[in-house]
Design a protein around this ligand. Structure first.
Ligand code: C2E
Ligand code: MG
Ligand code: MG
Length: 479
């Protein structure tokens, strides 16, 4: 220790001369202050094993810690590896720049660290928007506690550069020794489990299960088969009717994408849309959908007694691509359909800030006369406040809301008040997934404007939709 209280590193070197009996008769030595060199070496170690942005252990350090912890496992104890991946981080990074992205990652790291709480647990950053927590199974900081706190940590928006972002996360869990005895194996399995949790918003932790390997293989196959699917003309649209909740008069149709693959058969859009978003295929695919839907809107409206709307789903990935609005308006223009015949359905997956490129494109589209609908309301964050910032005209209530109608009193009350608030805000409300006459009656009483669901009609091929328009009768003859 130096007089100034600082610890210094000294390198001692010395020589001794001995007489015949082995006694030292001459000794000389020196001490050199090597503090600087040691600090440099520590810094190098730090750079090699810790992430520069967040200060968390990096992949190498994590591997070392995990493998050591696995070796130390005693019978009856376990080690949990939680793989956490942010949802939609890429779009924030792409549209707001890397500085904002970096600041957001730092803030996320801080919240996760607080949520982990336990000193014995490790939080590391693998890279990008991927974090890993190592937790001793059965220790005071159990998985359930961490999950609860981590999920809570993502509820409030992140303040970055004066803007607010709502960020979700997905997490998968693998456990040693059950799922594997090496870091690599655990990581791979936790990653597979994490993929399963993607999509069901809300950041629930998903435990790895052996059958998920099959799912991972399936996903790979899906990605392979998607390549070239547009050229093979394997995609097509079905149309599901929407009607007036009181009279049953036809409002229009929602265009729903279908994919029939020679090997995989009919694949659900819930499966292939996320895959198309990951691979970038969604951009050309989405443009094809819009083209087709515009042609249909024009055809249907030619023979219709009243104007009909066609709803088109737009992925947030499309919306975040600059130039999307211009291309969409070009497509509509060339098709000869009027913008007012189209309704774009968007989801609230990324809570969009007022300055976001997605929001400004929505404004341009709304200004050109298209209707914007917020899809799946009630399935995600569902902030009515957020609606004020977007040029939304239509609210689509998610099927999960409607399912428990009218028996569930709480859901009924909730839907009733949402419809009232939406009406006060000047919005139109579409209820999705209406399957029973009792649901139809309740929704119509609550003041819901439009209904869509199997009760009214299933998604159908374009020819069937055209025929349905010609002799649509409304509720009196329907039920
Ligand atoms: P969504 O936009 O919320 O579409 C409604 C989904 O609910 C459709 O499933 C529809 O078939 C289903 N549905 C409608 N009524 C009922 C009902 O009464 N009971 C039940 N059980 N289900 C009902 P689908 O066609 O499988 O589409 C799933 C999701 O895939 C859509 O949800 C939408 O988010 C996405 N999607 C579909 N087509 C496209 C597209 O062209 N582009 C994009 N980006 N996404 C699409
Ligand atoms: Mg939709
Ligand atoms: Mg929906």
């Amino acid at each position: 220790m130096h007089d100034n209280g600082k610890i210094v590193w000294l390198r001692a070197a010395g020589v001794a001369l001995f007489d015949e009996s082995g006694r030292a008769y001459y000794m000389a030595g020196s001490y050199a202050d090597v503090t600087e060199e040691m600090e440099r070496r520590q810094l190098m170690d730090h750079l090699a094993f810790y992430d520069g942005l967040t200060g968390l252990p990096n992949r190498f350090k994590l591997q070392e810690l995990a493998d050591a912890a696995i070796r130390r496992l005693e019978p009856g104890t376990s080690l949990l590896l939680v793989f956490i991946d942010l949802d939609n981080f890429k779009y924030i990074n792409d549209s707001f720049g890397h500085k904002m992205g970096d600041d957001l990652l730092k803030a996320v790291a801080e919240r996760l660290r607080t949520a982990l709480r336990d000193d014995g647990a490790v939080l590391a950053r693998l890279g990008g928007d991927e974090f890993v927590a190592l937790i001793n199974g059965g220790a005071p900081c159990d998985l359930a506690g961490f999950e609860r706190r981590a999920r809570r940590a993502f509820i409030a928006p992140f303040d970055v550069g004066g803007q607010q972002f709502y960020v979700g996360c997905s997490a998968g869990v693998a456990c040693a020794p059950d799922d594997g005895r090496s870091f690599d194996e655990l990581l791979m399995k936790a990653d597979t489990a994490m993929y399963r949790s993607k999509g069901d918003r809300g950041g629930k932790f998903v435990r790895f299960m052996p059958e998920m390997n099959r799912v991972a293989v399936h996903r790979l196959r899906l990605h392979n088969r998607l390549r070239g699917a547009i050229e093979r003309r394997a995609f097509f649209l079905h149309y599901q009717p929407q009607v007036d909740a009181r009279s049953g008069a036809l409002r229009g149709f929602e265009a729903l994408l279908r994919w029939r693959d020679e090997e995989l058969g009919l694949v659900s859009p819930m499966e292939f849309i996320p895959a198309c978003e990951e691979t970038g295929l969604i951009a050309p695919l989405g443009e094809g959908v819009l083209e087709e839907a515009c042609a249909m809107a024009r055809r249907l409206n030619m023979g219709a007694r009243q104007p009909l709307k066609i709803g088109v789903n737009v992925s947030v990935v499309q919306l975040m691509q600059s130039g999307f609005a211009d291309r969409a308006l070009d497509i509509i223009d060339q098709s000869g359909a009027a913008p007012s015949m189209l309704e774009l359905e968007i989801t609230e997956s990324v809570m969009m800030d007022a300055h976001n490129v997605g929001v400004s494109q929505l404004r341009d589209l709304a200004a050109a006369g298209l209707d914007i609908a917020l899809d799946d309301f009630g399935a995600g964050y569902s902030s009515l406040n957020y609606l004020r910032r977007l040029p939304i005209r239509v609210l689509k209530l998610d099927k999960s809301f409607i399912d428990r109608l009218p028996e569930d009193i709480d859901d009924s009350r909730l839907i009733h008040s949402i419809v009232q608030i939406a009406r006060d805000m000047g919005l139109e409300v579409v209820a999705e997934g209406v399957e029973s006459a009792a649901q139809r009656r309740a929704l119509s009483e609550f003041g819901c404007h439009w209904l869509q669901g199997y009760l009214i009609g299933r998604p159908m091929p374009p020819e069937a939709a055209s025929l349905a328009v010609a002799d649509w009768r409304g509720f009196t003859t329907l039920h």
